[in-house]
Design a protein around this ligand. Structure first.
Ligand code: NAD
Length: 139
């Protein structure tokens, strides 16, 4: 197993691509935090992965700084460390460029980038060394 003794936070992991990433990480031995707006869905995925020893669900809006900090704190409390952040959470808004609502465009960017900056910094500072890896969205 490639990820034994590693702890990963996967945002947007209650469904879709994030869930599949969480499943793969768990299969490779990582303990995984299912961080998502959807608490019920996050808890269900955590249960599928074997429950509290292997995975926990944490409700978080990644655009909210306090909530991302709380998510990292809960991860440390549950698993003692954070090694990997997968900033997968996102929304898809499709519209012709001349009709793209500016507020929605800013929301889209906030989700994609703010968690990465905030939680990535937390992971880095709490770990206290340069070995913390932050995996960006892969898509
Ligand atoms: N599916 C595709 O073909 C595709 C293609 C290109 C990019 N993407 C991107 O990949 C990512 C995942 O896509 P998916 O198809 O699995 O989407 P999905 O809608 O199935 O999953 C996204 C998850 O992110 C969560 N989420 C949304 N906003 C959030 C927020 N503010 N805070 C925390 N969680 C939040 C949702 O609750 C959901 O569980 C998205 O960023 C999407 O834009 C997907």
């Amino acid at each position: 197993m490639k990820l034994e003794n590693k702890v990963a936070i996967v945002t947007g992991a209650a469904s879709g691509i994030g869930k599949e990433i969480a499943v793969l990480f768990a299969r490779e031995g990582a303990r995984v935090v299912i961080a998502d707006l959807n608490q019920k869905g996050a808890d269900a995925v955590a249960a599928e992965l074997g429950g509290a020893k292997h995975a926990i669900g944490v409700a978080v809006d990644v655009t909210n700084e306090a909530q991302t900090e709380a998510c990292v704190a809960k991860t440390i409390e549950a698993f003692g460390q954070v090694d990997v952040l997968i900033s997968n959470a996102g929304i898809q808004i499709v519209a012709p460029v001349d009709q793209f609502d500016f507020g929605k465009w800013k929301q889209l960017l906030a989700i994609r980038h703010r968690c990465r900056r905030r939680a990535g910094t937390d992971v880095y500072l709490r770990k206290g060394d340069r070995s913390a890896s932050q995996v960006r969205r892969v898509l």
